[in-house]
Design a binder for this molecule. Sequence first.
Ligand SMILES: [Zn+2]
Length: 464
Amino acid sequence: MTTNPYLNVDQQMVGDIYTAPDVMDNLTVLCDDFGSRFGGTDGERQAAEFIKETLTAYGLQNVHLEPVEYIGWTRGTAVLEIISPIEKQIPCITLPHSPAVDMEATIIDVGDGGPLDFEKYQADIPGKFVMVNSKTQPRGSQRWVHRGEKYGRSMLAGAAGFIFVNHYPGYGPATGGIGRGGEGLIPGISVSYEDGAFIQRLLQRKGEVKIRLRTTDHCAPMVSWNIIGDLPGASADAQIVMLGCHYDGHDISQGAVDPASGAVAVLEAARVLAKYAGQMTHTVRFALWGVEEIGLLGSRAYVDAHADELDNIRFYFNMDAAGGARPKDVVLNEWSELETLVSQWQKEMALDFAVGQSVNAFSDHFPFLLAGVPTGGMEAVERDLSGRGYGHTHYDTLDKVQIRNLRDAAALAARLAVRVANASDWPASRRSQEAVNALFDKPRYQEERAISAQIAQYVDAHRK
Ligand SMILES: [Zn+2]
């Protein structure tokens, strides 16, 4: 039998979380009062203030906003017209960081937009609008192929523009950033499944479809905020355990599951852990990140600004969208030295979460991972490669979120944080840059790593 040295703490924290209304109350304020909290909106600023006040009220110390300067984007109008062989307006939205344009070009259908599709159509792409669907596991691929990669491959192939077609019926267009922290080099727009299917049929019947796209979005320097608060450790040479999640959503959405369900789980963990202030050996730091959706900008800024602290971070645990319906497992970002310990904790907690090992580049753990900091996240070990569902659409709303999922996420995060903050023997330490690079040389990460480096190089070379 496994004994649980934290039984009393676990019982108090879990009992508190499962009987208190706070976690859903906070979610309601973030989503219904502040809207999308997209970078540059009033709701974003109000959410940052609310998070600061909430962490302060919970008794955290050193609660403050850290400004994040970045190139922001404001949505304008977007008019997409088929001008030949018929005339018809098609509803569309632009993707964040898309530039303002007035242009005409023909469309090429590049299917799922995976590596094999681009290989097949490469020669016919230059000067055309590449149309791809949002399937996250394109034909022939064993991995999640991100929208950013499909847009990047279009750009590298000489496309005039990018049309992202939702692969789910009934959810309208799906959004997502394309700019890598600045204005995109080619326009990116998104249409619904149904409108994509219409264009596809027209292409098949008529051979050539020409469109005109007029957009008035604009990019400008903006400031966002990370909100940070601490429960200082008792040890004189305390290290730092971080729990984090972004709070910004996409402007077409409440972003209730992604990210707010994770953000309120972080707040809830802070609320119950604050009752042990001064009793934990190491510091627990809570971070609510700004502007993740348009390039992980808040967490990147944090890692840059706190370079001298990174050696001292025991663990960064990412909670992006963690209070949604997916399984709440612990995915370590290739830290085999932590697996035994976390599995032992899983047994003593008498919970059935799985412990896995993998890396991806698509949330706020990534800047920490690149800097060598031990990282992981609350994710499903068996990743569902079918896609985001209503995520990144207008339909990611509060009514989809269940309080029991928020509580499960908060309770697991709090119980893990207590253990990391008190472990006398912590087996992981910061990786060297060589070790970080070697990690991405593993065959299963190589393809994605190579194309992402090519895209980054191209953007650096061509951005004004
Ligand atoms: Zn997210």
